[in-house]
Design a protein around this ligand. Structure first.
Ligand SMILES: *[C@@H]1O[C@H](CO)[C@@H](O)[C@H](O)[C@H]1NC(C)=O
Ligand SMILES: *[C@@H]1O[C@H](CO)[C@@H](O)[C@H](O)[C@H]1NC(C)=O
Ligand SMILES: *[C@@H]1O[C@H](CO)[C@@H](O)[C@H](O)[C@H]1NC(C)=O
Ligand SMILES: *[C@@H]1O[C@H](CO)[C@@H](O)[C@H](O)[C@H]1NC(C)=O
Ligand SMILES: *[C@@H]1O[C@H](CO)[C@@H](O)[C@H](O)[C@H]1NC(C)=O
Length: 439
């Protein structure tokens, strides 16, 4: 079979690479032989293997240039810095008429912060089958503390391949002010950022142990993200799974997300956001906001969360806004959601405040207006007595909030309660719990 020699070669190389890594033998002739040999693939079977691999996964046919990072000097041994090789390979891909950026299977590429910038000459597929590992040296991030991998201004980009992006966040979590109260609060890098991209598909990837946010879509349009596994420990601070900022027409689906913060957070300027078939937990649930921090005017609208399993989280579906802000969160639907062991399954918090970030003034004469929110077919177990909490502002009550077919109980099957302040609410079908009274 054509594949087995390659598999053998790969495994062999990995073993050798590890040996090389830890015994300072990086320039050992054996490795160079392999690395130098692999680029100029002239073996018919090998070529066929790579062609098939690309065709199967991306539907790119003949004439496609495969730009393998190994051809540009990447070692993929997990300890040699491969940043320059990735930069060179990206330049080639971005200026090609048809190209695939290939990160081969079973290799570990150590990368410092890196920007993959467009616009590029043609559509690009990044076939990420191997693993990308973040540098754990904070001084490598001194130019830009907030980003590790960034794709910016790239149009018609597909990124897939079943590979892994590992932010190696431990060092950043330890230094976070949320873990260590004596430290000042500083930003840590987002593992994977898409900035100003249009027509973007991100699929079939694992993103884990991000320094802070795992995946961020910002200032982008027409995005599909699916088949993603996003994970980091429950106690890793501020590690949102998927963060959506000022992005329109984005669908997130079929993904498993469990982190130390929101599974999905949708913030200012986002419109037409759809999340379907999301498994969420641990973490803080699916969140719209926070909005209106620092008296800002912010808008989010047309959000549908349809089909989610949320378990072991602090919140289920949440809308949170800061007192003193303005703007609106409107036309939002939460449909077909199952909760298990969720502390606040349904929550609107118009008095949100994160003291670590900004000082809080509870009494305020403005608020982000929340209206037209439908909760439909939401069932399961609440970890606290209060399964439904609408804590809205007196001057800007929550408007047109609809609960339809809701059944939330406490863990042991006891009745849960609802807390409802300043909300204009209606019920359709069977709803448990009901507000004791509401205005
Ligand atoms: C490039 O991508 C766009 C949108 O994703 C698609 O409509 C177009 O057909 C693609 N072009 C080529 C040459 O594949
Ligand atoms: C994910 O990528 C891997 C490796 O390329 C592939 O074998 C697998 O079929 C892909 N899965 C999906 C759902 O596309
Ligand atoms: C995500 O995790 C599931 C279940 O553990 C697994 O079947 C799937 O292949 C993973 N996907 C990726 C892209 O690693
Ligand atoms: C939901 O997503 C999971 C992966 O998280 C996938 O295995 C499953 O097939 C998806 N279900 C549907 C109905 O698409
Ligand atoms: C409920 O979730 C918490 C995390 O929020 C977890 O520590 C606990 O073990 C879970 N309990 C059960 C019964 O699953």
């Amino acid at each position: 079979m054509a594949l087995s020699p390659i598999h053998f070669l790969l495994s062999f190389t990995i073993i050798i690479s590890f040996v090389a890594c830890y015994s300072n033998l990086q320039e050992a002739p054996l490795i160079n032989t392999y690395v130098d040999h692999s680029p100029s693939i002239d073996d018919g079977d090998t070529l066929l293997f790579f062609k098939n691999m690309i065709n199967q996964n991306t539907n790119v046919f003949g004439g496609t240039q495969i730009v393998n990072v190994n051809d540009y000097g990447a070692k993929g041994n997990g300890c040699t810095d491969d940043t320059q090789a990735f930069k060179k390979a990206w330049e080639i891909v971005c200026s090609s008429t048809e190209a695939v950026f290939l990160v081969p299977l079973d290799n570990y590429y150590l990368l410092k912060p890196i920007r993959f910038s467009g616009p590029c000459k043609s559509n690009i597929t990044v076939q990420l089958s191997g693993s990308l590992e973040a540098s754990e040296e904070p001084s490598d991030y001194s130019e830009d503390q907030r980003h590790w991998l960034v794709f910016d201004n790239v149009q018609n980009l597909i990124i897939n391949g079943g590979g892994t992006i590992n932010g190696k966040g431990n060092i950043w979590w330890q230094n976070s002010c949320k873990r260590n109260k004596k430290r000042s609060c500083k930003d840590a890098p987002t593992a994977l950022t898409f900035d100003s991209c249009e027509n973007l598909i991100v699929e079939n990837l694992s993103i884990e142990n991000a320094q802070q946010i795992h995946v961020s879509f910002q200032d982008s349009m027409n995005v599909k993200a699916f088949g993603l596994n996003v994970s980091s420990p429950e106690d890793s601070p501020n590690t949102d799974g998927i963060h959506v900022t000022n992005t329109q027409n984005i669908q997130i689906s079929n993904s498993l997300i469990g982190t130390g913060d929101d599974c999905i957070s949708i913030v200012h300027g986002s419109r037409n956001v759809e999340a379907t078939n999301i498994t969420c937990g641990p973490g803080h649930g699916i969140s719209i906001g926070s909005l209106g921090a620092g008296k800002s005017k912010e808008f989010v609208s047309e959000v549908i969360v349809n089909g989610a399993k949320i378990s072991g989280t602090k919140n289920g579906v949440r809308i949170k806004t800061w007192p003193g802000g303005s703007g609106s969160a409107t036309n939002i639907k939460f449909l077909n959601i199952e909760m298990d062991n969720v502390t606040n399954p349904i929550i609107i918090d118009q008095n949100y405040c994160d003291k670590k970030k900004k000082p809080c003034k509870k009494k305020s004469d403005s608020a982000v207006q929340i209206s037209n929110v439908l909760y439909q077919n939401i069932i399961g177990k609440s970890a606290s007595d209060v399964a439904v909490k609408f804590d809205c502002s007196k001057k800007f009550p929550c408007n047109k909030i609809v609960l339809q077919n809701i059944d939330l109980q406490c863990e042991e099957g006891e009745a849960a309660s609802a807390l409802c302040n300043n909300v204009e609410l209606s019920y359709i079908g069977h709803v448990t719990p009901l507000c004791a009274s509401y205005s």
